[in-house]
Design a protein around this ligand. Sequence first.
Ligand SMILES: NC(=O)c1ccc[n+]([C@@H]2O[C@H](COP(=O)([O-])OP(=O)(O)OC[C@H]3O[C@@H](n4cnc5c(N)ncnc54)[C@H](OP(=O)(O)O)[C@@H]3O)[C@@H](O)[C@H]2O)c1
Length: 344
Amino acid sequence: MSPVTNRQLYLHQRPVGIPTADDIRLRTVDMTTVGDGEVLIENHYLSLDPAIRDWMSGNDTYMEPIGIGECIRSTTLGKVLESRHPDFVAGDYVQGLAVNGWEEYTINPGELLSKVPNDGKYPPRYYLSIFSGAMGLTPYFGMLELGCPVAGDTVLISAAAGAVGSIAGQIAKLKGCRVVGLTGTNEKAEWLVNELGFDAAINYKECENLSEEISKVCPERLDIFFDNVGGKILDAALLNLSDHARIVFCGAISSYNASEPVPGPYNYWQILAHSATVKGLLTTNYVDQFDRANTEIREWLESGKLRFSEDIVDGIENTVEAYTRLFSGMNKGKLLVRLAAADQ
Ligand SMILES: NC(=O)c1ccc[n+]([C@@H]2O[C@H](COP(=O)([O-])OP(=O)(O)OC[C@H]3O[C@@H](n4cnc5c(N)ncnc54)[C@H](OP(=O)(O)O)[C@@H]3O)[C@@H](O)[C@H]2O)c1
């Protein structure tokens, strides 16, 4: 039976700082009918990504801001309930990359969706985690295409215990590098070293002088800095560059909740002094290579060379609280919300 109503989270007002339940509110709306070429999806998992915070601002970035009153845009994984598009039938699992929303049901044109295998080998939700741009594909292209790791390189990763960082470090290890992670708790630092095989990890929250700590742990200096954070952490890393170092600018989560313009980086001139390169990463530039990358990621998983963690919170009503974990550092690995309809 087709759903009659839909619970969804919408942008009530633009957040100042970390989003709250005042900014993002839950409402129940009536379902509309499925038009020609459209697909009705029952969402099973919502992807909670730092970039969504940027879309909640009125900022001019690589995507349109979310309008006031609109459902929070995100990537979701769901099951097709009804299809009026030739490529999909009821029962298919589909993913909508940054075109679905934090809601129980989504209706979207079929062209915006991609079918996800449900062959019993991997749960379909892996296409929101390890096989997605939010986890596996971003570090794959960022590390391999922009970082260009060479065996023996020293690699530093910020937000190393997160979705992207935890995989970026393991890929650099697979290429024979010495890998050091920065993270905000001792528990996550131990996980990086003992379970993911990082060579060392630094709890940056316990360092009086992070730059000095990095130079102690990385006496050979940094050949690659894979940066997810920006701000003070970027500045500390810049003071430790090797000549011809590569900086992969993947994200700058430390500034996503800033309400004033963010100054710095103060040590920018180190890029010149060390003939370093900084390259910005936009994973969607590699869409035509996603299948090839996922073939290799699957091989690494199956041979036990790559491990990953999903951090799953239940219930659409817990989404906003869960989202704040990205900024407090309470997540480990890929943060997802599982909705009541999820069957695996
Ligand atoms: N370029 C692309 O195409 C692309 C694609 C996907 C993601 N990204 C970017 O990749 C980065 C990581 O995303 P993710 O989804 O993997 O998130 P995540 O790393 O799973 O979660 C965010 C982590 O960042 C750390 N953090 C939060 N606020 C911080 C602050 N003020 N200072 C230092 N660390 C802070 C926290 O860990 P600890 O504090 O414990 O370290 C937190 O757990 C983000 O910047 C995101 O925008 C870019």
